[in-house]
Design a protein around this ligand. Structure first.
Ligand SMILES: [Mn+2]
Length: 323
């Protein structure tokens, strides 16, 4: 079988790369990884990368400053490559570039991806889109800059080699990339574990306000608009708090409610072993996975706390194994 990327690049000079909305480490790492690889190995081709507001913590990646973040009317391309996006809707405002491109290629690892492009490489067993991309590149031609991008994508979608999607192939790819001389420790700390001062303060507040309820099975915390405004915090400062809560000895599930807008609470839910939190989130119009889900609830702090507590209590009754 030929290489789907190499054949797509043939005779196509004007190329656009796209990732999904609210790009995570994998979307940013895989698109920038391919961007750098093409710039270095195909200098005759013109390559643009569009992403929706990529987080500054990824600015150590080469090419970050060249990412275009605004849709520009009237541009069309010979080839559009979509990375880490499970459907066309997730391409957001940049969708017209995909729709008007003469040829399209989709590289992804989401199980739900229908194969929406002219040519598709969707590998559900892969830990990350970055791992799928790695398999398409010539290892000899991967520079240190490109290696940093791909490594970043892999660590973000595996929770630093921890999630069940991590495989031998993932570790082999990571090992190969390490030999390019990348500062892997700094990449992991800087882009995955480091929190800014406000984020750490909000973590402290959420933990201080937390309670253990429902016979100790659940840890819940409610952060109000006032708590956030007092510290100049926004929704992006609440990332990762729920994961710290989940990793508490003896609990099955963690619930974090924070008031993103006046009277509107974001609920993040995590479970450890047996509780299906996606079912809870779905019944309030949200979604997610069995062990990680979220939804939005309207009302004051007391009301939304009561609503989510009841829902979790019901779910525990249903899901808790008899011991
Ligand atoms: Mn991904």
């Amino acid at each position: 079988m030929g290489n789907i990327l190499i054949s797509a690049l043939e005779n196509r000079e004007n190329i656009v790369l796209l990732g999904h909305l609210h790009p995570d480490g994998d979307a940013i790492g895989s698109t920038l990884g391919l961007y750098n690889y093409l710039k270095e190995n195909y200098p005759e081709k013109k390559v643009d990368l569009y992403l929706d507001d990529p987080a500054k913590k990824f600015s150590y990646l080469a090419g970050f400053e060249e990412i275009r973040t605004e849709y520009e009317e009237g541009r069309t391309y010979d080839l559009c490559i979509s990375l880490d996006s499970s459907d066309t809707e997730r391409l957001g405002v940049f969708l017209p570039y995909f729709e008007t491109a003469a040829h399209t290629l989709c590289i992804d690892h989401h199980r739900t991806n229908p194969g929406f492009a002219d040519e598709n490489l969707v590998v559900p067993e892969a830990s990350s889109c970055a791992e799928v991309l790695f398999g398409l590149l010539d290892g000899e031609k991967i520079s240190r800059c490109t290696a940093e991008c791909i490594y970043t994508g892999i660590i973000h979608d595996t929770g630093v080699f921890k999630y069940s999607s991590t495989s031998r192939a993932t570790m082999d790819a990571a090992g190969f990339l390490m030999e390019k001389g990348i500062p892997f420790g700094d990449i992991i700390d800087g882009s995955f574990y480091r929190r800014n001062f406000v984020q750490n303060k909000m973590l402290g507040i959420a933990l201080l306000k937390s309670r253990r309820i429902l016979d100790g099975d659940c840890m819940i915390s409610v952060v109000t608009r006032n708590n956030m405004e007092d510290n100049g915090a926004g929704p992006q400062d609440m990332d990762g708090i729920i994961d710290q809560m989940r990793n508490t000895d003896g609990i099955e599930c963690a619930v974090l409610l924070y008031e993103g807008k006046e009277g509107e609470f974001k609920a993040s839910l995590r479970s450890n072993h047996w509780l299906d939190v996606s079912a809870i989130a779905q019944s309030y119009g949200g979604g997610g996975h069995i062990r990680a889900a979220g939804c939005t609830l309207r009302g004051d702090a007391d009301t939304v706390t009561a609503v989510i507590t009841n829902a979790v209590a019901e779910a525990i009754k249903k899901d808790k194994p008899n011991v």
